[in-house]
Ligand binder design. Structure first.
Ligand code: F6R
Length: 242
């Protein structure tokens, strides 16, 4: 695992956007796995700026969602499908058919999970997966105690994560209780994992991820098992590293 400490979130976004630019030069139709939440926004902004100034050609890139709420009506602005369309797909000038994600409104959610794992494999697998990290060490919505071998499946959010995500909704009652998330085993199949963590609130989770034992209690620690994992942290999020 490579750990890179940068000055701030903007610098982290620029660094990771540079990495994605290099990937797209080598493989123009690369499949990029994207996380939602606040942390990756500087990455998407930096990548969009490069596309707009012509230094990156992302026209053949493909985008894959990491997770999705269960039960939000189609088109709900806070569904992760809507969010990724708004924050990544549209700014990069891609069309909806260059974008894939699990169906959080499916009647048979289990079948939708299996279909998504299959679709990822059929698409050739994720080339670069962008990850954030929860204050409790979750990646995607693999909360503490998730199996490190897990596949895409339905999960119940912890109260902490619902509280953390309530800022995107009018009130906490609107935050769904269930999500579909790529499993940790699914995430580990991506060729390159890039986790960005910023702010002091993530410092403890980062320390556990990088320096603690590999443990289901800290799902992000599974990155230690991956042959090509990069953890980019700002100085605040690095503050508890030894
Ligand atoms: C969401 C996801 C989550 C977030 C995590 C951190 O797609 O993958 O694991 O990355 O909850 O969220 P922020 O970045 O908002 O602190």
């Amino acid at each position: 695992m490579e750990v890179v400490i940068v000055k701030d979130a903007k610098a982290g976004g620029e660094l990771i956007a540079d990495g994605i630019a290099g990937l797209l030069r080598r493989k123009p139709d690369a499949l990029l796995g994207v996380a939602t939440g606040s942390t990756p926004l500087p990455i998407y902004d930096a990548l969009t700026a490069r596309v707009r100034d012509g230094s990156v050609d992302a026209s053949r890139a493909r985008i894959a969602q990491l997770d999705e709420y269960v039960g939000l009506p189609a088109g709900h602005p806070e569904s992760y499908r809507s969010t990724v369309l708004r924050q990544v797909v549209e700014p990069l000038g891609l069309s909806a058919d260059q974008f894939m994600g699990p169906d959080g409104s499916a009647e048979d959610v289990q079948a939708a999970c299996e279909a998504y794992d299959k679709a990822l494999a059929e698409a050739g697998g994720v080339d670069l997966q962008i990850l954030g990290i929860g204050t409790d060490g979750h990646i995607g919505f693999n909360e503490p105690c998730s199996s490190l071998a897990s596949r895409t499946r339905i999960k119940t959010l912890t109260e902490q994560t619902r509280v953390d995500n309530a800022r995107f909704f009018d009130d906490i009652e609107q935050v769904p209780h269930h999500v579909i998330t790529q499993g940790i085993g699914t995430i580990l199949e991506a060729r390159h994992l890039v986790l960005l963590a910023t702010g002091e609130g993530k410092a403890e989770a980062v320390a556990q991820t990088v320096e603690g034992p590999v443990a289901a209690l800290v799902p992000a620690s599974a990155l230690q098992l991956h042959p090509h994992a990069t953890v980019v942290v700002d100085e605040a999020a690095a503050s508890k590293l030894k």
